[in-house]
Design a protein around this ligand. Structure first.
Ligand code: FES
Length: 220
């Protein structure tokens, strides 16, 4: 009897001793598993809701005079306010962006805008506005007007003939994006990025391209 009790106690102590080890393994593995499964969809925590959509004051991304010809572009910075589930409430972050004049109209990837209650001004446009935060690990990528520069400086990628135009390239791990892909603007052509860069919703007022909202979601 006494022997059984001693056995039970030893088993209990052994199980209790292994708990911190198991917890440590879980804590170590979870970021790795998160990295292996990139976030293709926007994070739920930053999904717009009726009460706390990520937003900011409208910003002039460019004027139409600055975006006259195909592949004219303009960099800008947008201050995004987003809900933060801490006692500090809303936070803000600077989001660098790029407004681009494309050579032809493409369908705007704005399905997410309707969830915010906004009515898009148009569903097709030659002007598109991307966040410059690389969806891989958050570096700031560049708009590269001459695709040969991509080939020379961004890992030797040679685009197929129909994509030999301005592209976007990230210097960190060499992801390359096509801003003018008609099916999926910002399509990943090469490199480890899991999805196209996020887009900005904008309106055109007079001569100004006014950025109003950035697609919700995390960096990667
Ligand atoms: S952060 Fe841009 S490719 Fe890795």
């Amino acid at each position: 009897m006494a022997h059984d009790r001693a056995m039970d106690r030893r088993r209990f102590l052994r199980a209790a001793a292994s708990l911190p080890l198991a917890a440590g393994l879980v804590a170590f593995a979870s970021p790795l598993l998160r990295f292996l499964k990139p976030n293709v969809d926007p994070f739920d925590v930053l999904q717009p809701t009726r009460h706390d959509p990520p937003a900011g004051e409208p910003v002039v991304a460019a004027t139409l005079a600055e975006l006259q010809k195909p592949w004219d572009f303009k960099y800008f910075v947008y201050t995004q306010k987003y809900p933060q589930y801490t006692p500090e409430g809303f936070r803000s972050a600077s989001v660098p962006g790029v407004a681009i004049r494309l050579p032809a109209k493409i369908r705007m990837p704005w399905d997410w805008v309707r969830a915010t209650g906004e009515t898009p001004q148009f569903t097709e446009s030659e002007i598109i506005v991307f966040s410059r935060i690389c969806p891989h690990l958050g570096c700031i990528y560049n708009f590269v007007q001459d695709w040969r520069e991509i080939t020379a400086g961004y890992g030797g990628y040679v685009p197929p003939r129909e994509r030999q135009h301005a592209l976007m390239g990230c210097p960190c791990h060499l992801s390359i994006y096509d801003p003018a892909d008609p099916e999926m603007p910002g399509r990943v052509l090469s490199g480890p990025a899991p999805r196209p860069p996020r887009t900005f919703f904008y309106t055109i007022e007079g001569d100004r391209v006014l950025v109003r909202r950035v697609e919700p979601g995390g960096i990667a």
